[in-house]
Structure formats: C-alpha cells, structure tokens
Design a protein around this ligand. Structure first.
Ligand code: GTQ
Ligand code: FE2
Length: 350
C-alpha cells in the first residue's frame, strides 16, 4: 500500500518537481514473491500458420524490393500492443518461393532458423552458403550479413527465432541493408567448413568463425541414442545445440534444443525463470501449463512463459514425438537470474 497521509502527498509532489521519488511509493504489487509475467501460454495451430503463409505467398511480393522478407510472426495474447511472441524472443515463419531472393542485411538481433519443408534454398551468412534441409538449424549471429535465396523448385518454409524484444529492451537495435543487390558467396574451398568439429589451422591473428549449420542428419542419431539410454525426468531426451568453440549455448542470448519424448512418455512438472517456445517437429502430445492442457500435433507451436508449472506427454503409444525449442535461459544464466523448482509429480490430466 502506498502511504496516503497528507504530509507524504505533499512531500511526493515536492520530490516529483525535483525529478526525485521516495521508495515508499513502490507498492507490494511491484515486489511480488514470485516472478510475474504478462506473457501468456498459447498454442498456434499449424493449419492457421500454413494457411496464413499461403495467403501471404500470393499477396506479399518480395521481388519488388519493397518487402524484404515474407514472414509471419507469432503474437502472444498477453502482448497485443507490441505484437511480440514473448518479452525476450520472437518466433516467426518464413516462406520463400523458387527464384526469389530475400536480400542481404545485418542487424544486432541474433537469429536462428529451423528448416521445416522444401528443398533447394540456401542462406548465405557472411559469404558462407548453407543449403537448407528439413530439421537443420542454421545460425545468423548478431551483426552478420545474411541473404536467403531459392534455386530449387518447391516453396520452402522455415522457422525464424530472434532475440528482438531483448535487444529492443536494451535499446541497441541497429539494422543495415547491404549496399549491393546480392551478397557474394565464397567458393566452397575458401569457406570454413560449417559442420562438425574440425577447422582449418590459421595464423594466430585470424579468429575462427563459429559453426553456423547443424544438420538434422547429424543431430538425429544422437537424439535417438539418448532417448534409448537415459531420459531426463523433466525433459525426456533433450539435446542442446552448443557452440563448440566456447562450449556455451547456441547463441549468447538463445539456446536451441531438439527433444524426443518416447511413446507414452510423461515428464515431471517443474518451472523456471526462463521462457520456452516449442515447435512440434514430429508426433503429438499434451503440455499442461499451470493446470491448463495444450494438445499439440505436428507443425503446432506453443509457448511456456517463465515461472509457469509445466510437464509434457507424448499421447501416442507408437510414435515418437520430437520438439524443437528456443529458450532465453542464456540471458538469465548470464546474470544469475536463472532459478528452477520441481514438485516431483505429474500434473492431473496428463
Ligand atoms: O530472414 O533475415 O523473421 O531479418 C525477422 C527479421 C527474419 C531474416 C525475421 C529478419 C529475418
Ligand atoms: Fe535478418
């Protein structure tokens, strides 16, 4: 409660005129015991996303140059004014047609792309051309030049995940279009190999570029093996895409995971101060968030806001469920703000 006495009102007014404020004006609601978020749990259905992309395909023309990307963003029902997906991350779907070029630019926001369907498109990041295949993860670290182009014959769709709201909250957004029509690609012999753990031996002054491309064909066998071995009670079999040069998270602000729930698997309920956005790559299941079930199937995307109790279940008795996800946990961990709690049971309804 704010102090209401006449003496303090006068003092508050006086302090206000001096661009000062007494800490007694801060109420209980601004100092909650538990973290409070305006981000709401939500499920976006694939049928709605796909239909929206198809409608945008014919109406949004990226050849004319007035629009640079054919992208549809997920809007959190708790963040209608800003049209953000969460308070730290934004997630979107991008569609590109054969022959199209999404022109080069760079920005202080970092981006990840998880490829959903199609063949023949590539992303050029700083001259390194990466051909996209379903299930691949491709990184665009902050302030790197990037262009997408499509040389194949089927439309391509992928997920874009960015740390836009976080970078916005720090007021450090910079965005620069590339000076030329096309971003030159290095010949494959000049390019650093984007896959795996080897790299060219360099002169001492030359910094090694981080890996940018994690292929499904490399990620899946490890995931499968983990799921047969030792699932984590809260996550099932979950693998984080790491930066092998640092041993750290996928990007400084974002951690990406690929996760398998075996048929019939139910995870235990927990909550943490990081926010997670999940995309259903395969299978179907249910996630209970603060007691409310969200039923998901292939192509759906859902968000678990921070400090919400949640647990996942694979509804099928035969098929594996695979979730791709993006988390803002690296931000919280970097500043000592990551906290996690478990209740050790599964919620009713799972
Ligand atoms: O493809 O470069 O969804 O710059 C948002 C901003 C995609 C991109 C987004 C971007 C891009
Ligand atoms: Fe971009």
């Amino acid at each position: 409660m704010k102090a209401e006495s006449k003496g303090s009102e006068e003092l508050d007014r006086l302090l206000g005129q001096r661009w000062l404020s007494g800490l007694w004006r801060v109420g209980r609601e601004e100092r909650p015991l538990d973290p409070k978020t305006t981000v709401k749990p939500h499920l976006w259905k694939w049928a709605d996303i796909y239909d929206s992309l198809v409608q945008a395909r014919s109406r949004i023309d990226i050849r004319s140059g007035s629009v640079e990307r054919r992208v549809i963003r997920l809007v959190n029902p708790g963040l209608k004014e800003t049209e953000l997906t969460s308070h730290t991350m934004s997630l979107a779907f991008q569609l590109i047609q054969p022959g199209e070029v999404a022109p080069a630019h760079r920005h202080t926001m970092a981006a990840i792309r998880f490829i959903l369907q199609g063949k023949g498109a590539y992303t050029n990041v700083e001259g390194q051309k990466m051909v996209m295949e379903d299930g691949d993860l491709i990184l665009t670290p902050q302030w790197t030049w990037h262009e997408h182009a499509h040389e194949g014959d089927q439309e391509m769709i992928w997920i874009d995940g960015l740390d836009v709201p976080f970078v916005q909250s720090l007021q450090v957004i910079s965005f620069e279009p590339y000076k030329d029509k096309r971003l030159p690609a290095k010949s494959s012999s000049d390019a650093a190999p984007p896959y795996g753990m080897t790299r060219p031996v360099r002169e001492p002054s030359a910094a090694a570029p981080p890996p940018l491309h994690y292929r499904w064909r490399d990620a899946y066998p490890g995931l499968k093996r983990l799921s047969e071995a030792n699932p984590n009670p809260f996550e099932g079999a979950a693998m984080e895409y790491v930066n092998p040069l640092t041993g750290g998270s996928t990007l400084p602000t974002l951690s990406c995971w690929i996760q398998m729930l075996r048929p019939g698997m139910r995870t235990q309920i927990h909550r943490h101060t990081s926010t997670s956005i999940y995309h259903v790559f395969r299978g179907s299941g249910t996630t209970v968030i603060n007691g409310e079930p969200l039923h998901w199937e292939k192509g759906d995307t859902f968000i678990v806001p921070l400090w919400h109790w949640h647990a996942h279940a694979n509804r099928s008795a035969q098929d594996e469920a695979i979730l791709f996800s993006m988390h803002d946990a690296p931000i919280l961990k970097a500043f000592g703000l990551y906290r996690e709690e478990s209740r050790g049971d599964s919620p009713p309804g799972l």
